[in-house]
Design a protein around this ligand. Structure first.
Ligand code: G3I
Length: 425
């Protein structure tokens, strides 16, 4: 039974669908499978579905700066702590999202009461105060943090200059204010503070559109420089240990682009997490057509072939929500369960990507998989082919096909029986 949380009725978890495959079991040998959750997910069928499908969680909003700070600069940990208490009973590990972001953050962190940008020294104090207190408070309760979220601009014109590729955020501008230098060091500073506050947590840089090669190059350059400097100081562990590819995709996303970025990040020696996965069906009406369901499912299947290929370097694949109805992009039907928590075609595809795509994967010749970084030029998106070296997976007969065959066999047997009885008179 769940503890009564502020405003939440205590409810026994009713059973969700249990006669379907479990995503966490299907990928148990590959990576953790998670979802973003909110307080509404901690009871009834929603909690049952989370328990049966996932083995890692991320709070969608409750651990962001605006949720954890009040106007006076104090801390409001109540909701996040009660949510941790609830999932803790299931032993579900938690990924922390997020310490430093230009959105959902109180303005006073970087601006004065007149709205002017703070001077560097005050912004430094605010950054340290937030990270030390928050990462310190949750130390031992999170396995990893999105320390900095979305600091790099989209389509940077000169991606090898990562400092010039940073988004013009209040953090960047405050760290530059009166300093006579670029404010770009706020990124490294944030990671150093997080490492000190919670040495056990893995520290991630998290961003979206990283299937775009220019942005991926800028992120890789930033992560490499910061890590090289940290190791040069005699540390044996990387400072930025992971890159979160948010993976807010759409049905025209190219798995080949995703793979090119994965290769680039893996070459840095960091782990990758697919941190906020969803696939929008743009142009959808009130419901998805069968053709749209199929297109979305096929893309999910192709993406999971890529994820499996790099499973040795992927820590976690987290869906950004439980179902279409609670998604931040509900009108594009982006997730694996519909608003009634029924599994969609996309769920079927993810639980058996090879089966769904009908690929008879030949056992590849024993050779090192081509997971080297691409040449130092943005990999051009290749044709619409599947990853050539997708590893052999038992093309186990998918559960839905087996059920269909069993049904047909039963029908034939019944017809034969009826004919035999007619003959026997
Ligand atoms: O909490 C207030 C509530 O008091 C108020 O009554 C209500 C009415 O407006 O708003 C509530 O805040 C909303 C918040 O979610 C919590 O539900 C905000 O309006 C709404 O804008 C906010 O949206 C979140 C969005 O980030 C904000 O940028 C989404 O739920 C969340 O899924 C989304 O997640 C982000 C990741 O953190 C970072 N990557 C991109 C991703 C999508 O934007």
């Amino acid at each position: 039974m769940l503890p009564a949380m502020a405003g939440m009725p205590v409810a026994y978890a009713s059973t969700a669908q249990t006669d379907i495959p479990s995503l966490k079991e299907v990928y148990r040998e590959d990576f953790l499978v998670g979802c973003a959750f909110s307080e509404r997910d901690l009871s009834g069928a929603r909690l049952s579905l989370i328990r049966s499908q996932f083995n890692v969680l991320t709070m969608e909003n409750a651990m962001k700066p605006d949720a954890l700070r009040n106007a006076a600069g104090g801390f409001t940990f109540g909701l996040a702590d009660s949510m941790i208490a609830s999932i803790g009973r299931d032993g579900l590990p938690l990924h922390g999202h997020t310490l430093v972001w230009h959105q959902q953050s109180p303005a006073w962190l970087n601006r004065d009461e007149q709205g002017g940008i703070l001077a560097r020294a005050e912004a430094e104090r605010n950054l340290a105060g937030h990270i030390e207190s928050v990462a310190g408070h949750f130390a031992g309760k999170v396995i990893s943090w999105d320390v900095v979220n979305e600091a790099v601009m989209d389509n940077p014109p000169n991606p090898r200059d990562w400092r010039a590729s940073l988004r013009q955020t209040d953090w960047l501008n405050a760290f530059a204010n009166g300093a006579g230098q670029s404010g770009a060091d706020y990124v490294e500073r944030a990671f150093l503070l997080a490492r000190e506050a919670d040495p056990a947590a893995k520290l991630y840089y998290n961003d979206y559109n990283l299937d775009g090669q220019a942005k991926a190059i800028a992120v890789a350059a930033m992560v490499k420089e910061i890590n090289d400097r940290y190791i040069a100081r005699g540390n044996t562990r990387l400072l930025i240990e992971g890159i979160g590819m948010q993976a807010h995709y759409h049905i025209r996303t190219k798995p080949e682009d995703v793979e090119a970025s994965l290769k680039r990040f893996v070459a840095l020696g960091v782990e990758v997490s697919i941190s906020e996965l969803d696939v929008f069906v743009t142009g959808a009406a009130e419901t998805l057509t069968p053709a749209q369901e199929k297109m979305q499912a096929e893309l999910y299947a192709r993406l999971f072939l890529v994820f499996r290929k790099y499973a040795a370097h992927i820590e976690r694949v987290t869906f950004w929500g439980l179902d279409n109805g609670s998604s931040w992009r509900k009108k594009q039907f982006p997730l694996l369960f519909d608003a009634s928590l029924a599994p969609k075609e996309a769920f079927r595809a993810v639980t058996d990507p090879e089966g769904y795509l009908g690929i008879a994967l030949e056992t590849p010749a024993v050779s090192a998989q081509n997971t080297e970084a691409p040449a130092n030029t943005p990999a051009s998106a290749s044709g619409e082919n599947l990853p050539a070296e997708a590893p052999a997976r038992s093309t186990g007969f998918p559960w839905w096909a087996a059920a269909a065959v069993a049904g047909i066999a039963a029908g034939i047997a019944a017809c034969l029986l009826i004919r035999r009885r007619k003959k026997a008179g």
